[in-house]
Design a protein around this ligand. Structure first.
Ligand code: 5RP
Length: 232
């Protein structure tokens, strides 16, 4: 089996494990990306067999897949989400993450921040000692984009508009990917980037994950639990 196929199996077994946290009556946050897709497909199978849940999708793509599979959608639930299941681009041993590789970071944060439990599913390559190898996705407004990008560049140096500005988020905004190589102080970097006018959200997620389920090379699962779950 080649490496890519192996990683896909790691993602799928992590998604299968996440499914064991879901039961009827729950409101479930649905993430975005290739790993979240496995979870949504498995959830769809369970719904077709009678599982009764309502889902809050983090992107239009996730919403349309969920609808196709017969999963009920509510984008404005009246109570807190029970469990959110999403992927990550990088996660460290404290549960801090870089997210937004799929461009859905803002809705992903809103859903995760309004969930009792946030389960991150991923293959083993996503676990890192230090965040920052993956460029930080930043959602910015189209209005005065040149000025916003200029200010972001002054903070990171290596920033570029995703797809040369052709990538448009579900919220009608743009994504800038800023490369830092190592985030020595992710909280400070988050604060600095978020303070730039025109920035809507920054793909550094701190103190949000409650559990990570990571597929391993030997196809076992590594589970990490994170004590702090302050919505920041
Ligand atoms: C989308 C995300 C995804 O969770 C992240 O990019 C991981 O995706 P994948 O599971 O395809 O590796 O943050 O905005």
């Amino acid at each position: 089996m080649n490496r890519k196929d192996h990683l896909e199996i790691e993602k799928k077994i992590a998604a299968e494990k996440a499914l064991t946290y879901i039961s009827s009556g729950m409101i479930v946050g649905l993430g975005t990306g290739t790993t979240a897709k496995y979870f949504i497909e498995l959830l769809g199978e369970r719904v077709q067999k009678g599982l009764d849940i309502t889902a809050v999708p983090t992107s239009d793509k996730t919403a349309s897949l969920a609808r196709e599979l017969g999963i009920k959608i509510d984008t404005n639930p009246r109570r807190i989400i029970d469990v959110d299941v999403d992927g990550a681009d990088e996660i460290d041993l404290n549960g801090n993450m870089i997210k937004g590789g799929g461009g859905a970071l803002w809705r992903e944060r809103v859903v995760a921040s309004n969930s009792n439990m946030v389960i991150i599913i991923a293959d083993h390559t996503k676990l890192v000692d230090k965040l920052g190898n993956f460029p930080v996705p930043i959602e910015i407004s189209k209005f005065m984009v040149n000025s916003t990008v200029r200010r972001l560049k002054s903070l990171s140096g290596d920033c570029s508009l995703r797809d040369g500005g052709r990538f448009i988020t579900d919220n009608g905004n743009l994504i800038v990917d800023c490369s830092f190589r190592h985030l020595n102080n992710p909280a400070e970097t988050y604060r600095l980037l978020k303070s730039v006018p025109g920035v809507i959200d920054v793909g550094i997620f701190l103190n949000i994950a409650t559990l990570a389920i990571l597929g391993q090379v030997d196809l076992s699962l590594k589970t990490l639990t994170f004590k702090k779950n302050i919505r920041a």
